[in-house]
Design a protein around this ligand. Structure first.
Ligand code: QVN
Ligand code: ZN
Length: 338
């Protein structure tokens, strides 16, 4: 792409020691989009260009949102650094009321607060080095003003419903509105939902890994509040604790306004708003996975992840103390299944 049209510069990307391949980009009407998304064939990520999925939100700049988002409270995360590592409140509660025994502590890496939009935008504008970073992550619901509801209803739902039907997804569960500061990072994790990730304003760099790389990304134990997140700190990987991270092979893309990134269910993803790129606005579309028509063999990699999760949950429930799960699994496996 010639330079004058380039909207971002590689210096705005954080440096990681990971081997990365580009995620393909196709026009929304290109048949290769559905070929790539097709679960029975490949179910790989793809960037869908020039769709009108969120065209009605092109006008969502901060002034417009301040004017029309209504007076509701929005969920905003505060972080002392650039990372916004998700944690499950319910699992924090279980630890705090001793369900896992006394020797498990958890310190929350970010603070979750309710904030009116004008305050969020004010703090965004007045932010200076040393201040907490902010990240607004709010499900789009009926607390938003009528103009925003209208824009939401004017999303290209035929396109989204078409993908849902064609690829046998389950119901739409959530549309998350994401307003990030430049440089914010959502560390590597996977979700148990299909995801159409629609970029509205600003540029985000996305690094994805297939579910088959479970061994390279070392997810937290299922009982942990950081369940589904990678334990590897991409900024400073501890190769003695996580040696296989060296072998991770990822896919990356920088997406901008009008791009929709398909993040297949169980695919790992790390998302960053480009440094020095201003704030970013995204709306995602999370869909449950479809009913498994029939289990077909060989099992898909993501199905094996689901099986491992179920085994961990069962062992955790019956053993209670998380320190016993590892040793029991080791006893069961070492020397017996070579
Ligand atoms: O759309 C996705 O799946 C993303 O990960 C987008 C990510 C923010 C999501 C935060 C989050 C992670 C896990 C559970 C609930 C909320 C970003 O864009 O920074
Ligand atoms: Zn996610």
């Amino acid at each position: 792409m010639s330079n004058e049209k380039k909207q971002w510069d590689p210096s705005q990307l954080r440096k990681y020691d990971i081997s990365l391949e580009q995620i393909p980009r196709y026009d929304y009407c290109d048949p290769r989009v559905d070929e790539i998304m097709d679960e029975n064939v490949r179910q790989k990520p793809v960037i869908i260009q020039n769709s009108n999925v969120v065209a009605s939100a092109k006008k969502w700049n901060l002034d417009y949102l301040e004017k029309y988002m209504g007076n509701g409270d929005y969920t905003v995360f505060l972080s002392r650094n650039h990372k916004f590592k998700y944690y499950d409140d319910k699992k924090v509660a279980k630890i705090n009321n001793g369900d896992m025994g006394k020797n498990v502590e958890f310190t929350q890496p970010t603070k979750k607060v309710d904030m009116k939009l004008p305050e969020f935008l004010k703090r965004l504008k007045e932010w200076k080095r040393g201040d907490d970073r902010l990240y607004l992550q709010q499900g789009l619901n009926n607390t938003v003003g009528p103009e925003i509801v209208r824009d939401f209803l004017n999303f290209d739902w035929d396109f989204c419903n078409g993908k849902q039907t064609k690829h046998n997804w389950g119901p739409l569960t959530y549309n998350l509105l994401l307003i990030a500061m430049e440089g914010n990072v959502t560390p590597c994790h996977y979700d148990e939902q299909q995801n159409l990730f629609a970029q509205i304003y600003g540029y985000k760099r996305c690094i994805l890994f297939p579910p088959s790389q479970f061994e390279c990304l070392y997810p937290y134990p299922v009982y942990h509040p950081h369940d589904r997140q990678s334990m590897v700190d991409f900024d400073r990987p501890d190769y003695s604790k996580f040696p296989k991270f060296k072998e991770a092979k990822g896919y990356e893309a920088v997406i901008g306004p009008g791009d929709v990134l398909y993040i297949p269910i169980y695919w790992w993803h790390h998302i960053e708003s480009l440094m020095r790129g201003g704030h970013t606005i995204t709306v995602n579309f999370w869909y449950k996975d479809g009913p498994n028509s029939s289990i077909s063999y060989p099992l898909k990699d993501y199905q094996k992840v689901a099986i491992m999760r179920n085994i961990e949950k069962m062992l955790q429930d019956v053993l209670k103390d998380p320190r016993e799960v590892g040793p029991l699994l080791r006893t069961m496996v070492l020397g017996r299944f070579t």
